[in-house]
Design a binder for this molecule. Structure first.
Ligand code: ZN
Length: 76
């Protein structure tokens, strides 16, 4: 199982590089935007599901990612 720290690194790295590998087996991870069901846009900040096709672990980015401090939700 991935640790919480590993999950945070995966999400943080993916946000920067738009690509991430499984810390367990180095497989290329699949990301799925929770709203669209497809790969997140490069500029997307929405939550996404991380899935490893090799070891079949998965988690949602929002479970390890906190919203930026002082960034209040947009009320439109
Ligand atoms: Zn894996």
């Amino acid at each position: 199982m991935w640790t919480r720290e590993e999950k945070q690194k995966i999400v943080a790295y993916y946000r920067r590089a738009h690509i991430a590998r499984c810390p367990t087996d180095r497989a290329l991870l699949t990301m799925q935007d929770v709203r669209t069901g497809s790969e997140p846009d490069d500029d997307s900040t929405a939550a996404f599901v991380v899935y490893c096709p090799t070891c079949r672990q998965s988690f949602m980015s929002s479970t390890v990612e906190l919203p930026p401090p002082g960034n209040s939700p947009c009320l439109d």
